[in-house]
Design a binder for this molecule. Structure first.
Ligand code: BTX
Length: 323
């Protein structure tokens, strides 16, 4: 498999010129028929390769097709995505990730699917995951933090997504506390963090990320069209999916490493710079009472800070009305 990555690298650096089979077989220390077999595998991954006698091989077109190989090639991370499980169809990448984690999959393993038939939202809600239109993936993490700090991982993921979306597209993402990415007031991405833990120890965390990327308006389920959108719909541009995923993984790794060395504080500042409705009116529900409040930001532990007539309040779970 790493031979295949080196093979792609050698072909890509020749910049669409022919590379001789002999050269490749010398460099990779494998036979010329083994080279030919690798070429056939690359074609299955969507590469268009031309082989000409006495000249060699050249890449005519690289695929924008998600596979373990295409994601590996050019991925600039140190530990994230070194192990990738890609399937065309899964019920939920979360389920596959849980299975893999139970079988000791390493920290940083990625599970990704082209479509999900039973994508999961929070509280058993359904997450629509249309084939080839979005990014549906789960990251297996083994952090040495306390279970109570796990919600910070969701906020951390949201900032990494917002950074990646800002870098790859012309959209201006906002993070709606705690876990939605909004573009032009409509939900574009969601995060589902699940953990397997004891009181004081996390066995593993699965961070699920769903992003609507290349849906046209009619490809967004009708029942969601009033509140959900895709990046393509908001920016009128279609985005190559492989570099987008790589960009997300790079931002995620950077943000995660920073959290582990510097704590939540820098993440909090970043999060607030993307915060949806900070400084604006929201409603919060406490003890069966709904009160008006101003959304002030998030606390050091990730809770929402709201200012009501009675003073500052911190909110830990979905008791917020945004409209
Ligand atoms: P959530 O509970 O915040 O959002 C779910 C709600 O969002 C649904 O009830 C519905 O109203 C709406 N919704 C459903 N599908 C979409 C969509 N594609 N775009 C916008 N709105 C939608 C958010 O949960 C967490 C979602 C995580 C999804 C990822 S995908 C990879 C991983 N695998 C998996 O099964 N889930 C995660």
């Amino acid at each position: 498999e790493s031979t295949r990555n080196r093979l792609i690298e050698l072909l890509e650096t020749s910049n669409h010129d022919y590379v001789s089979g002999q050269f490749l077989s010398d460099k990779l220390k494998i036979s010329r028929s083994a080279i030919w077999k690798h070429m056939k595998e690359l074609e299955k991954d969507g590469y268009l390769i031309e082989g000409v006698r006495r000249k060699g091989y050249r890449i005519v077109k690289s695929p924008d097709k998600v596979s373990e190989n295409t994601l590996h090639w050019g991925l600039k991370t140190n530990w994230l995505g070194k192990n990738i499980i890609h399937k065309t169809t899964l019920d939920s990448t979360q389920n596959t990730a849980h299975d893999a984690a139970r079988e000791n999959a390493e920290h940083g393993t990625i599970v990704i699917a082209d479509e999900q038939t039973k994508g999961k939202g929070r509280m058993d809600r359904f997450w629509h995951s249309t084939k080839h239109k979005g990014i549906w993936m789960s990251i297996i993490l083994r952090p040495s933090i306390l279970p109570v700090a796990a919600p910070q991982l969701t906020l951390l993921t949201a900032t990494a997504l917002a950074d990646a979306i800002s870098e790859e597209t012309t959209a201006a993402p906002k993070i709606k506390w705690p876990n939605d990415i909004m573009i032009n007031n409509k939900k574009t991405a969601g995060i589902l963090t699940e953990l397997q833990a004891e009181q004081d120890r996390i066995h593993y965390v699965i961070v699920g990320i769903g992003i609507n990327v290349n849906h046209s308006f009619s490809e967004i389920p009708e029942t969601l069209q009033h509140k959900a959108t895709s990046i393509k719909r908001e920016t009128e541009t279609e985005y190559p999916i492989v570099p987008f995923i790589q960009c997300i993984l790079q931002h995620f790794e950077q943000t995660y490493d920073r959290y582990m060395t510097e704590g939540f504080s820098p993440i909090r500042t970043k999060w607030e710079s993307y915060g949806y409705k900070i400084g604006e009116k929201i409603k919060i529900r406490t003890n069966y009472k709904v009160s008006e409040a101003i959304f002030r930001g998030i606390a050091e532990d990730g809770a929402l800070i709201a200012e009501t007539e009675e003073g500052i309040q911190t909110i830990y779970s979905g008791e917020v009305e945004w409209n």
